[in-house]
Ligand binder design. Sequence first.
Ligand code: FAD
Length: 187
Amino acid sequence: MHVTLNHYTPLVVCANAIRTCWQSFDKSDNGGEKDRELIDRVGNKFKHASTLEHLSYNFYIKGVSRALLQELARHRMASLSVKSTRYTLKELKDEEPFKTSDIKRASKYLVLTQIALVDEMSIKALENLRQVLFAGISNDRAKYCLPESYKTELTWSCNARSLQNFISLRSDKAALWEIRDLACQLY
Ligand SMILES: Cc1cc2nc3c(=O)[nH]c(=O)nc-3n(C[C@H](O)[C@H](O)[C@H](O)COP(=O)(O)OP(=O)(O)OC[C@H]3O[C@@H](n4cnc5c(N)ncnc54)[C@H](O)[C@@H]3O)c2cc1C
């Protein structure tokens, strides 16, 4: 997986939002150490967490499975724009048939697990999908035989409060290994 932070709100925006409450703008150090300490104290320690919503982060997330995507999509306090299978499945049409030994070629399309039996079955599912597309079935119908391991990519935007919630839930050892990796990378 590959995660890029494309855009983020400068910390001074959040610090000024907090300073609005006490009209203490003169104490701002433009997102420096004083402002950071203020954000941590008010937003985290005093649990005035709505102030953290003024900080927004925009990521590009690439090479994750659709299994991860359906878990990520459960986080309602975020915005997603996802690569459309309806419009992009044609990428498979021109591929040669996949053999179960074609790990490298298949990994362009699949998140592999390093569990040989699982990866073999994923590659078989990929080959099934290729055959369906090759037979001229529309993307709209062919997508119903996509394996969960099929790779996708998305733009994901989230505010700092929701990002904290995401990282705390998904970095836990109870979380799915792949989304745990994502949580670490986002952090
Ligand atoms: C280890 C693990 C296992 C899981 N297993 C399952 C499973 O088996 N089946 C399953 O369906 N899901 C499962 N989930 C998903 C989980 O139930 C949540 O849907 C997901 O983690 C999103 O969390 P969230 O609601 O806090 O996040 P968000 O949707 O981003 O919401 C953020 C916060 O906003 C508030 N909020 C949002 N919407 C509402 C609302 N309607 N009412 C009140 N407050 C709201 C809550 O405080 C919430 O914490 C699992 C999650 C984890 C981490």
